[in-house]
Write a protein that binds this ligand. Structure first.
Ligand code: SAH
Length: 393
């Protein structure tokens, strides 16, 4: 077995079961290992630390599969997948009975680089790392064996793969998956574009938060910014909202949003869909003195990494400030950041600064995170990417 030998005193994070080995911590590779092949990670003094997948092109040079000196093979991966899938099915609320959920959440489930989302009778796999890529066919076969689902679509068309030296790929991987499926979430129907939608097609991580927005929306005029295919909007109307305005810069997403509204029997008069840039549209509302009772801000990652934090901070501040200004007295702002580079304390600070500059007194009445099918492993705090605040003014 090839061995990755660390520099002296660089074993601490692996001993704390953090799965990443950065290139700067590596002294040398003993033996030969290709992309994604399994290596033993050893301390400078030769102590066994982990079995890991080798990523020769990435600054994350290896990702731990496990902490025991046992082989990484199909049986090993079966147990990992089985554990990930079964623990979700045992989750009583609200995952039981949900046909559409994340079955595997990469590092947070001990399977670095592998995302598996289930949309009814179709699985969508996303492979992000050399290690997961190396085992791709085995993983696909195991998923079929464990779930009984025959159709798998692959959405490995994300830029981060380039850091691993992997090509982007998208298409059918097993069976004959449809390009679009219909799912049920919190009793509502949604069309999901598996082939071309964002991520694997739908933002499953917001399921519980969309349910909450449905409960907050009764008799309110709602503004849903960065609406994508209308997840929050349709929950709001179903919850009794008087009206909902949805803004997104993707015409495709808005088109699907309107179809989703119709699919749920919602009168088109309740919905207004604006194809535009949120930063500009919020300013137009401010200038025309249009106001709302409930505003949702669910922007894309402004800071995927620490290096973009300053620019992202300004962007979050800008939209939150404008949103606070558009709220009627007693109104509620539901605001999110999914940026890895912006942690929860910083996000709260930004929102507090926005309230101050908007001259409103605001309280946090709930703190939100991603759904239970996107767990956060305590040894991998990077998994806590979605931060949400419900603020009342
Ligand atoms: N809330 C959605 C997910 C939002 S994802 C849900 O529950 O499904 C972020 C969305 O922001 C994407 O649909 C993207 O098209 C849109 N977007 C990104 N930048 C934008 C901008 N500047 N103005 C408007 N929409 C934008």
């Amino acid at each position: 077995m090839p061995s990755l030998i660390l520099k002296p005193n660089r074993e601490k994070s692996l001993l704390r079961r953090h799965p990443w080995v950065f290139s700067g911590a590596v002294a040398r590779l003993d033996g030969n290992a290709g992309m994604g092949e399994t290596v033993d990670v050893l301390s400078a003094t030769g102590e066994f630390l982990a079995k890991a997948a080798y990523s020769p092109n990435s600054s994350i040079r290896a990702r731990a599969w496990g902490w025991l000196d046992t082989p990484v093979d199909a049986d090993f991966l079966r147990l990992k997948l089985e554990t990930a899938i079964n623990r979700r099915l045992k989750e009583p609320v609200p995952l039981k009975g949900t046909g559409s959920l994340r079955l595997v959440h990469a590092e947070s489930d001990g399977i670095p680089g592998l995302i598996v989302d289930r949309y009814g009778d179709v699985l969508v796999m996303q492979i992000l790392t050399a290690g997961a890529e190396y085992w791709k066919e085995t993983l696909a076969d195991l998923l079929i064996e464990l779930t009984g689902i025959k159709d798998i679509y692959e959405r490995s068309d994300v830029e981060v793969r380039k850091l691993e030296g992997l090509e982007l790929r998208s298409g059918a991987l097993r069976g004959n998956p449809p390009k679009q499926v219909e799912i049920i979430e919190n009793g509502l129907k949604f069309k999901v574009d598996i082939a071309h939608g964002h991520k694997t097609g739908f933002y499953l991580d917001q399921r519980e938060n969309r349910h909450l927005v449905g409960q907050l929306a009764k008799d309110r005029d709602v503004l849903n910014c960065f609406s994508y295919t209308g997840g929050f909007s349709i929950h709001a109307v179903a919850g009794g909202a008087s009206s909902v305005v949805s803004i997104d810069s993707s015409g495709e997403a808005l088109k699907l949003g309107a179809e989703n509204a119709a699919l749920n029997g919602q009168a088109s008069g309740n919905h207004e869909w604006i194809d535009g840039d949120v930063f500009q549209e919020l300013r137009k509302f401010r200038d025309s003195r249009r106001d709302f009772d409930l505003i949702i801000l669910d922007p894309p990652k402004f800071a995927p990494t620490r290096s973009q934090v300053n620019k992202a901070t300004r962007a979050y501040k800008d939209i939150n400030l404008l949103a606070f200004k558009l709220l009627r007295p007693g109104g509620v702002l539901v605001t999110y950041s999914c940026s890895g580079g912006v942690d929860a304390p910083l996000f709260q600070k930004i929102v507090a600064g926005a309230a101050l500059d908007a001259k409103v007194d605001a309280q946090i009445i709930r703190k939100l995170s991603q759904g239970a099918d996107h767990p956060i492993a305590l040894n991998f705090p990077e998994g806590a990417y979605l931060k949400g605040l419900v603020c009342r003014i």
